[in-house]
Ligand binder design. Structure first.
Ligand code: C2E
Ligand code: CA
Ligand code: CA
Ligand code: CA
Length: 277
Protein backbone atom coordinates (compact mmCIF):
# COMPACT_ATOMS: atom_id res chain seq x y z
CA UNK A 1 0.00 0.00 0.00
CA UNK A 2 2.87 2.26 0.83
CA UNK A 3 4.42 1.62 -2.57
CA UNK A 4 1.20 2.41 -4.43
CA UNK A 5 0.77 5.54 -2.42
CA UNK A 6 4.22 6.69 -3.31
CA UNK A 7 3.60 5.88 -6.94
CA UNK A 8 0.32 7.77 -7.01
CA UNK A 9 1.91 10.70 -5.33
CA UNK A 10 4.61 10.92 -7.95
CA UNK A 11 2.11 10.60 -10.76
CA UNK A 12 -0.07 13.49 -9.58
CA UNK A 13 2.92 15.51 -8.60
CA UNK A 14 4.49 15.43 -12.05
CA UNK A 15 1.19 16.26 -13.68
CA UNK A 16 0.75 19.20 -11.35
CA UNK A 17 4.27 20.29 -12.02
CA UNK A 18 3.60 20.25 -15.75
CA UNK A 19 0.66 22.54 -15.29
CA UNK A 20 2.59 24.94 -13.12
CA UNK A 21 5.55 24.94 -15.48
CA UNK A 22 3.30 25.49 -18.52
CA UNK A 23 1.57 28.36 -16.83
CA UNK A 24 4.82 29.89 -15.68
CA UNK A 25 6.21 29.55 -19.21
CA UNK A 26 3.16 31.16 -20.68
CA UNK A 27 3.39 33.99 -18.19
CA UNK A 28 7.04 34.62 -19.10
CA UNK A 29 6.16 34.62 -22.81
CA UNK A 30 3.15 36.87 -22.31
CA UNK A 31 5.19 39.31 -20.23
CA UNK A 32 7.78 39.37 -22.99
CA UNK A 33 5.11 39.89 -25.67
CA UNK A 34 3.58 42.81 -23.77
CA UNK A 35 6.96 44.40 -23.19
CA UNK A 36 8.03 44.05 -26.83
CA UNK A 37 4.77 45.18 -28.36
CA UNK A 38 4.02 41.79 -29.85
CA UNK A 39 0.30 41.95 -29.19
CA UNK A 40 -2.14 43.01 -31.85
CA UNK A 41 -5.72 44.14 -32.17
CA UNK A 42 -8.41 42.63 -34.38
CA UNK A 43 -11.78 44.24 -35.06
CA UNK A 44 -15.22 42.71 -35.43
CA UNK A 45 -18.10 44.53 -37.10
CA UNK A 46 -21.24 45.55 -35.27
CA UNK A 47 -24.16 45.99 -37.62
CA UNK A 48 -27.49 47.84 -37.37
CA UNK A 49 -30.02 44.99 -37.58
CA UNK A 50 -32.70 47.04 -39.29
CA UNK A 51 -30.57 48.80 -41.94
CA UNK A 52 -27.47 46.62 -42.29
CA UNK A 53 -25.20 49.63 -41.78
CA UNK A 54 -21.95 49.25 -39.84
CA UNK A 55 -22.40 51.03 -36.50
CA UNK A 56 -19.21 50.04 -34.78
CA UNK A 57 -16.38 47.61 -34.24
CA UNK A 58 -15.24 45.68 -31.18
CA UNK A 59 -11.50 45.70 -30.55
CA UNK A 60 -10.17 42.28 -29.47
CA UNK A 61 -6.66 41.53 -28.24
CA UNK A 62 -4.59 39.09 -30.28
CA UNK A 63 -1.37 37.32 -29.37
CA UNK A 64 0.47 35.73 -32.27
CA UNK A 65 3.06 33.64 -30.50
CA UNK A 66 4.72 32.61 -33.72
CA UNK A 67 3.70 33.04 -37.34
CA UNK A 68 0.01 32.08 -37.73
CA UNK A 69 0.01 30.61 -34.24
CA UNK A 70 -2.45 32.62 -32.19
CA UNK A 71 -2.99 32.00 -28.49
CA UNK A 72 -6.70 32.26 -27.71
CA UNK A 73 -7.76 35.22 -25.56
CA UNK A 74 -9.74 32.72 -23.52
CA UNK A 75 -6.34 31.30 -22.48
CA UNK A 76 -4.19 34.40 -22.08
CA UNK A 77 -6.72 36.95 -20.80
CA UNK A 78 -7.51 34.95 -17.61
CA UNK A 79 -3.75 34.52 -17.05
CA UNK A 80 -3.25 38.23 -17.63
CA UNK A 81 -5.98 38.98 -15.11
CA UNK A 82 -4.29 36.80 -12.50
CA UNK A 83 -0.93 38.45 -12.99
CA UNK A 84 -1.99 42.07 -13.49
CA UNK A 85 -0.60 41.95 -17.03
CA UNK A 86 -4.15 42.83 -18.00
CA UNK A 87 -3.46 46.45 -17.08
CA UNK A 88 -0.91 47.11 -19.86
CA UNK A 89 -2.85 44.83 -22.25
CA UNK A 90 -6.14 46.71 -21.87
CA UNK A 91 -4.26 49.98 -22.15
CA UNK A 92 -2.53 48.84 -25.33
CA UNK A 93 -5.81 47.76 -26.94
CA UNK A 94 -7.54 50.96 -25.85
CA UNK A 95 -4.79 53.17 -27.25
CA UNK A 96 -4.63 51.28 -30.54
CA UNK A 97 -8.40 51.20 -30.95
CA UNK A 98 -8.78 54.95 -30.36
CA UNK A 99 -5.86 55.77 -32.65
CA UNK A 100 -7.21 53.48 -35.36
CA UNK A 101 -10.74 54.82 -35.18
CA UNK A 102 -9.53 58.42 -35.24
CA UNK A 103 -7.46 57.60 -38.34
CA UNK A 104 -10.52 56.13 -40.09
CA UNK A 105 -12.56 59.21 -39.20
CA UNK A 106 -9.78 61.52 -40.42
CA UNK A 107 -9.81 59.65 -43.74
CA UNK A 108 -13.45 60.61 -44.11
CA UNK A 109 -14.99 57.18 -43.51
CA UNK A 110 -18.49 57.10 -42.02
CA UNK A 111 -17.85 57.40 -38.27
CA UNK A 112 -18.32 54.24 -36.17
CA UNK A 113 -18.05 53.39 -32.48
CA UNK A 114 -15.11 51.43 -31.20
CA UNK A 115 -15.83 49.09 -28.30
CA UNK A 116 -13.03 48.13 -25.95
CA UNK A 117 -13.11 45.44 -23.24
CA UNK A 118 -11.98 46.62 -19.86
CA UNK A 119 -11.32 43.94 -17.25
CA UNK A 120 -13.07 43.83 -13.89
CA UNK A 121 -9.70 44.25 -12.28
CA UNK A 122 -9.42 47.84 -13.55
CA UNK A 123 -12.87 48.88 -12.47
CA UNK A 124 -11.77 48.56 -8.85
CA UNK A 125 -9.36 51.44 -9.37
CA UNK A 126 -10.28 55.03 -10.07
CA UNK A 127 -7.20 55.55 -12.24
CA UNK A 128 -8.92 53.82 -15.15
CA UNK A 129 -10.74 57.14 -15.54
CA UNK A 130 -7.44 59.00 -15.88
CA UNK A 131 -6.02 56.39 -18.25
CA UNK A 132 -9.03 56.61 -20.56
CA UNK A 133 -9.07 60.42 -20.37
CA UNK A 134 -5.38 60.58 -21.19
CA UNK A 135 -5.72 58.25 -24.18
CA UNK A 136 -8.69 60.21 -25.52
CA UNK A 137 -6.69 63.45 -25.21
CA UNK A 138 -3.62 62.00 -26.88
CA UNK A 139 -5.45 60.39 -29.78
CA UNK A 140 -7.92 63.22 -30.23
CA UNK A 141 -10.85 60.85 -30.71
CA UNK A 142 -14.18 62.32 -29.65
CA UNK A 143 -15.21 60.39 -26.46
CA UNK A 144 -18.67 59.78 -27.88
CA UNK A 145 -17.20 57.19 -30.26
CA UNK A 146 -15.71 55.13 -27.45
CA UNK A 147 -17.74 52.31 -25.91
CA UNK A 148 -16.32 50.67 -22.82
CA UNK A 149 -17.47 47.06 -22.47
CA UNK A 150 -17.60 45.78 -18.92
CA UNK A 151 -18.78 42.30 -18.03
CA UNK A 152 -21.74 41.72 -15.81
CA UNK A 153 -19.64 39.84 -13.24
CA UNK A 154 -17.11 42.69 -13.17
CA UNK A 155 -19.84 45.21 -12.52
CA UNK A 156 -21.08 43.23 -9.54
CA UNK A 157 -17.67 42.69 -7.93
CA UNK A 158 -17.74 46.08 -6.31
CA UNK A 159 -21.03 47.55 -7.37
CA UNK A 160 -20.68 50.99 -5.74
CA UNK A 161 -17.21 51.57 -7.08
CA UNK A 162 -18.29 50.42 -10.55
CA UNK A 163 -21.21 52.85 -10.59
CA UNK A 164 -18.84 55.65 -9.58
CA UNK A 165 -16.39 54.84 -12.37
CA UNK A 166 -19.20 54.51 -14.91
CA UNK A 167 -20.67 57.87 -13.93
CA UNK A 168 -17.30 59.60 -14.29
CA UNK A 169 -16.78 58.04 -17.72
CA UNK A 170 -20.27 59.04 -18.82
CA UNK A 171 -19.60 62.62 -17.73
CA UNK A 172 -16.71 62.55 -20.20
CA UNK A 173 -19.10 61.41 -22.92
CA UNK A 174 -17.89 57.80 -23.09
CA UNK A 175 -20.56 55.12 -23.61
CA UNK A 176 -20.89 52.02 -21.46
CA UNK A 177 -21.94 48.57 -22.61
CA UNK A 178 -22.73 45.67 -20.29
CA UNK A 179 -21.07 42.60 -21.80
CA UNK A 180 -22.02 38.90 -21.54
CA UNK A 181 -25.42 39.80 -20.17
CA UNK A 182 -27.28 36.83 -18.75
CA UNK A 183 -24.25 34.77 -17.79
CA UNK A 184 -23.56 36.25 -14.36
CA UNK A 185 -25.69 36.76 -11.33
CA UNK A 186 -27.13 40.12 -12.20
CA UNK A 187 -30.71 40.71 -11.37
CA UNK A 188 -33.13 43.15 -12.85
CA UNK A 189 -32.62 45.20 -9.71
CA UNK A 190 -28.97 45.75 -10.61
CA UNK A 191 -29.79 46.48 -14.20
CA UNK A 192 -32.00 49.32 -13.01
CA UNK A 193 -29.20 50.76 -10.84
CA UNK A 194 -26.45 50.53 -13.45
CA UNK A 195 -26.12 53.52 -15.76
CA UNK A 196 -25.44 51.92 -19.15
CA UNK A 197 -26.05 52.79 -22.79
CA UNK A 198 -25.95 49.29 -24.23
CA UNK A 199 -26.48 45.73 -23.19
CA UNK A 200 -24.93 42.76 -24.97
CA UNK A 201 -26.97 39.59 -24.91
CA UNK A 202 -24.51 36.76 -24.43
CA UNK A 203 -23.96 34.41 -27.34
CA UNK A 204 -25.15 31.44 -25.28
CA UNK A 205 -28.69 32.91 -25.43
CA UNK A 206 -28.44 33.80 -29.10
CA UNK A 207 -27.49 30.16 -29.76
CA UNK A 208 -30.87 29.16 -28.32
CA UNK A 209 -32.84 31.02 -31.00
CA UNK A 210 -34.95 28.62 -33.13
CA UNK A 211 -33.89 25.85 -30.72
CA UNK A 212 -35.22 26.79 -27.32
CA UNK A 213 -38.51 28.72 -26.98
CA UNK A 214 -37.62 29.59 -23.37
CA UNK A 215 -34.45 31.36 -24.41
CA UNK A 216 -36.34 33.09 -27.20
CA UNK A 217 -38.76 34.42 -24.59
CA UNK A 218 -35.92 35.61 -22.40
CA UNK A 219 -34.35 37.50 -25.30
CA UNK A 220 -37.66 39.03 -26.26
CA UNK A 221 -38.30 40.19 -22.68
CA UNK A 222 -34.76 41.53 -22.33
CA UNK A 223 -35.08 43.62 -25.47
CA UNK A 224 -38.35 45.13 -24.29
CA UNK A 225 -37.00 45.78 -20.82
CA UNK A 226 -33.79 47.39 -22.11
CA UNK A 227 -35.73 49.58 -24.52
CA UNK A 228 -38.06 50.72 -21.74
CA UNK A 229 -34.92 51.97 -19.95
CA UNK A 230 -33.49 53.65 -23.06
CA UNK A 231 -30.77 51.01 -23.44
CA UNK A 232 -29.72 49.71 -26.86
CA UNK A 233 -29.44 45.97 -27.31
CA UNK A 234 -26.55 44.24 -29.03
CA UNK A 235 -26.80 40.53 -29.81
CA UNK A 236 -23.43 38.78 -29.89
CA UNK A 237 -22.50 35.50 -31.53
CA UNK A 238 -25.06 35.79 -34.35
CA UNK A 239 -24.21 32.92 -36.67
CA UNK A 240 -27.33 32.17 -38.71
CA UNK A 241 -29.83 34.02 -40.87
CA UNK A 242 -32.65 32.59 -38.71
CA UNK A 243 -31.14 34.12 -35.58
CA UNK A 244 -30.79 37.45 -37.33
CA UNK A 245 -34.40 37.39 -38.53
CA UNK A 246 -35.68 36.56 -35.07
CA UNK A 247 -33.67 39.43 -33.59
CA UNK A 248 -34.84 41.84 -36.27
CA UNK A 249 -38.43 40.82 -35.67
CA UNK A 250 -38.04 41.49 -31.93
CA UNK A 251 -36.57 44.94 -32.50
CA UNK A 252 -33.01 44.17 -31.38
CA UNK A 253 -30.75 47.08 -32.38
CA UNK A 254 -27.31 45.74 -33.23
CA UNK A 255 -25.83 42.36 -34.18
CA UNK A 256 -22.31 41.02 -34.08
CA UNK A 257 -21.19 37.57 -35.14
CA UNK A 258 -19.67 35.20 -37.65
CA UNK A 259 -22.75 35.60 -39.90
CA UNK A 260 -21.31 38.98 -40.82
CA UNK A 261 -17.57 38.77 -40.22
CA UNK A 262 -15.06 37.21 -37.88
CA UNK A 263 -12.68 39.54 -36.04
CA UNK A 264 -10.15 40.79 -38.60
CA UNK A 265 -6.95 42.83 -38.74
CA UNK A 266 -7.52 46.57 -39.32
CA UNK A 267 -6.51 46.39 -42.99
CA UNK A 268 -9.30 43.89 -43.71
CA UNK A 269 -12.03 45.65 -41.77
CA UNK A 270 -11.19 49.06 -43.18
CA UNK A 271 -12.90 48.78 -46.56
CA UNK A 272 -16.11 47.57 -44.88
CA UNK A 273 -16.17 50.66 -42.68
CA UNK A 274 -15.44 52.84 -45.67
CA UNK A 275 -18.34 51.27 -47.56
CA UNK A 276 -20.58 51.59 -44.50
CA UNK A 277 -21.82 48.01 -44.79
P1 C2E B 1 -16.11 38.88 -25.59
O1 C2E B 1 -15.80 40.26 -25.09
O2 C2E B 1 -17.43 38.32 -25.27
O3 C2E B 1 -15.82 38.95 -27.16
C1 C2E B 1 -16.56 38.23 -28.11
C2 C2E B 1 -15.89 36.91 -28.45
O4 C2E B 1 -16.80 36.15 -29.22
C3 C2E B 1 -14.62 37.07 -29.30
O5 C2E B 1 -13.74 36.02 -28.94
C4 C2E B 1 -15.16 36.83 -30.71
O6 C2E B 1 -14.20 36.37 -31.61
C5 C2E B 1 -16.21 35.77 -30.44
N1 C2E B 1 -17.26 35.74 -31.46
C6 C2E B 1 -17.68 36.75 -32.23
N2 C2E B 1 -18.70 36.36 -33.05
C7 C2E B 1 -18.92 35.06 -32.78
C8 C2E B 1 -19.84 34.07 -33.29
O7 C2E B 1 -20.65 34.34 -34.18
N3 C2E B 1 -19.76 32.84 -32.74
C9 C2E B 1 -18.85 32.50 -31.77
N4 C2E B 1 -18.85 31.26 -31.31
N5 C2E B 1 -17.97 33.40 -31.27
C10 C2E B 1 -18.00 34.66 -31.76
P2 C2E B 1 -12.18 36.28 -28.63
O8 C2E B 1 -11.64 37.36 -29.51
O9 C2E B 1 -11.52 34.94 -28.64
O10 C2E B 1 -12.19 36.86 -27.16
C11 C2E B 1 -12.63 36.08 -26.07
C12 C2E B 1 -12.80 36.91 -24.84
O11 C2E B 1 -11.52 37.40 -24.37
C13 C2E B 1 -13.64 38.17 -25.04
O12 C2E B 1 -15.01 37.83 -25.00
C14 C2E B 1 -13.20 39.00 -23.87
O13 C2E B 1 -13.87 38.61 -22.69
C15 C2E B 1 -11.73 38.65 -23.75
N6 C2E B 1 -10.92 39.69 -24.42
C16 C2E B 1 -10.53 39.79 -25.72
N7 C2E B 1 -9.78 40.91 -25.92
C17 C2E B 1 -9.72 41.54 -24.71
C18 C2E B 1 -9.08 42.76 -24.24
O14 C2E B 1 -8.44 43.52 -24.99
N8 C2E B 1 -9.23 43.06 -22.90
C19 C2E B 1 -9.94 42.25 -22.05
N9 C2E B 1 -10.04 42.64 -20.76
N10 C2E B 1 -10.55 41.13 -22.47
C20 C2E B 1 -10.44 40.77 -23.77
CA1 CA C 1 -16.78 42.18 -25.31
CA1 CA D 1 -19.41 39.21 -24.83
CA1 CA E 1 -17.32 36.49 -23.40
Amino acid sequence: AKETGKCNYRFYSSEMNDKIVNKANMEIKLRHAVKNNELGVFYQLQVDIQTGAVTGVEALARWEQSKYDFVSPDDFIPLAEETSLIVPIDEFVLKNACMQNKTWQDMGYPPVHVSVNISAHQFQYQNIIETIGCILDKTGMDPKWLVVEITESAALKDFDSTVKVINRLMEKGVQISLDDFGTGYSSLYYLKQLPINMLKIDKSFVAGITRDPKEENIINALIMLAHSMGIKVVAEGVETQEQLEFLRDKGCDIAQGFLFKKPMPPKDVEYLIKAGK
